[in-house]
Ligand binder design. Structure first.
Ligand SMILES: C[S@@+](CC[C@H](N)C(=O)[O-])C[C@H]1O[C@@H](n2cnc3c(N)ncnc32)[C@H](O)[C@@H]1O
Length: 299
C-alpha cells in the first residue's frame, strides 16, 4: 500500500523519447491507479472500452494542463499563496479527477473536487483517494444544480470541468463557473434533452412561423438540432459573460459521439454585447424563451 501511495503521489513520468503512442501515454500514469480505476485489468491489460475512456481523458488532460499551468503562474504573479482549485461536475467514477491528480496536481498541489449525485460513486472515489493518499481530492454528493449554494464549495474556484455530465448538468457547471468567476471552464457536453423538448412542444407554431423550422421538423433532426443549438447558446452565453471561447473535437469521432469540447477562458475586457444580442435573437427566432433562464448571462 505504501509503495502505491508514494508512486501515485509522484508526478507523471515524462513519455519515453520518441514515444508518443498509446503505450507511452499509458506508461506515464501510475499503473496501480489505472488498475484501481479499472482502466487496466489486474494483469495490466487494457480492453477496448477502457482504451476509449483512457484516450478521451488523456486528450482532455492535454487541453487542461496548460490551463492549470497558466492559472498557477497567474496566482504566483498575484502573490496568492494557494494551489489551483478545480471542480469537476458530474464526476461519475472520477477518471478525469484522478488522472488529473496523477498528471498534474500531485506535483503542484491544489484541490480537485468532484461533484456527483450517486452516493455509491462518491463513496468509491473517496475510498480511492484515501487509499492513494490524494489528500487534496474531495468528492461531494450533490446535484450539480445545488453546487452554487453549497457551503462545502466556498473559497476560490479556478477551473470548472464537466466531461459528459448528463443533460443540463453541463449548464449547471457553466452557471457555477460563471458565478465563481472561474478562470477556465472546460466542458464536453453530453446529450441535452431540454431544448429539444421545447422545440418539440412548439413545433406546430414554428412550422407556421418560419422556414427555419425545417431544421428541426423531423424527430431525429429535433434531437440533433436541439443538441447543436444548445451548444451554440452555451458558447454565446459564455462569450456574453466575458469569456473567450474555443470549440474543437475532443478525440476522433470513432471514439465518442459526444465529442465537442468547449474551452472558455475569462477575459472580462472582451466585447460581449454582440454575443448577448445574438443569444437573445436566436432564442426569439427559434422559440426558446421557455429556457431563457438556463442561458442567463452574467452581468
Ligand atoms: C456519463 S457520466 C460521466 C462521468 C464522468 N464525467 C466521465 O466522463 O467518466 C455522467 C455522470 O454525471 C452524473 N450526473 C448527471 N446529472 C447530475 C446532476 N444533476 N448532479 C450530479 N451528478 C449528475 C451521473 O450520475 C453520472 O455519474
Amino acid at each position: 500500500m505504501k509503495a502505491a501511495k508514494l508512486r501515485a503521489g509522484s508526478p507523471v513520468k515524462p513519455a519515453p523519447a520518441g514515444g508518443d503512442g498509446f503505450d507511452a501515454q499509458l506508461a506515464r500514469f501510475n499503473p496501480d491507479l489505472l488498475k484501481a480505476l479499472h482502466i487496466l485489468t489486474r494483469e495490466g491489460q487494457i480492453n477496448q472500452d477502457s482504451r476509449r475512456k483512457f484516450k478521451q481523458v488523456q486528450h482532455l488532460l492535454q487541453f487542461i494542463t496548460p490551463l492549470l499551468d497558466e492559472t498557477l503562474e497567474r496566482l504566483a504573479v498575484q502573490a496568492q499563496p494557494r494551489g489551483v482549485c478545480l471542480v469537476d461536475h458530474g464526476a461519475g467514477k472520477s477518471y478525469l479527477g484522478f488522472m488529473l491528480w496523477n498528471a498534474w496536481f500531485a506535483a503542484h498541489g491544489g484541490q480537485v473536487i468532484g461533484i456527483e449525485w450517486r452516493e455509491d460513486l462518491v463513496r468509491q472515489s473517496q475510498a480511492l483517494a484515501r487509499r492513494f493518499g490524494f489528500e487534496g481530492m474531495r468528492f461531494l454528493q450533490m446535484d450539480t444544480a445545488q453546487a452554487g449554494q453549497a457551503g462545502e464549495l466556498e473559497g476560490p474556484v479556478d477551473v470548472v470541468t464537466a466531461l459528459h455530465a448528463c443533460d443540463t448538468a453541463t449548464d449547471d457547471a457553466i452557471s457555477f463557473g460563471l458565478a465563481r468567476a472561474a478562470r477556465h471552464i472546460v466542458v464536453v457536453p453530453c446529450c441535452q434533452a431540454e431544448v429539444a423538448s421545447v422545440l418539440r412542444q412548439h413545433k406546430a407554431q414554428a412550422l407556421r412561423r418560419t422556414a427555419l423550422s425545417e431544421l428541426w421538423r423531423h424527430p431525429l433532426h429535433t434531437r440533433e438540432f436541439g443538441a447543436q443549438i444548445t451548444n451554440v447558446m452555451r458558447c454565446l452565453r459564455l462569450e456574453a459573460s466575458g469569456y473567450q471561447v474555443s470549440v474543437t473535437e475532443l478525440v476522433g469521432w470513432e471514439h465518442s459521439l459526444k465529442n465537442e469540447l468547449i474551452i472558455a477562458s475569462r477575459h472580462p475586457d472582451v466585447a460581449r454585447r454582440k454575443s448577448r444580442e445574438r443569444l437573445t435573437q436566436i432564442m426569439d427566432e427559434i422559440g426558446l424563451n421557455d429556457v431563457q433562464g438556463r442561458f442567463a448571462v452574467l452581468d
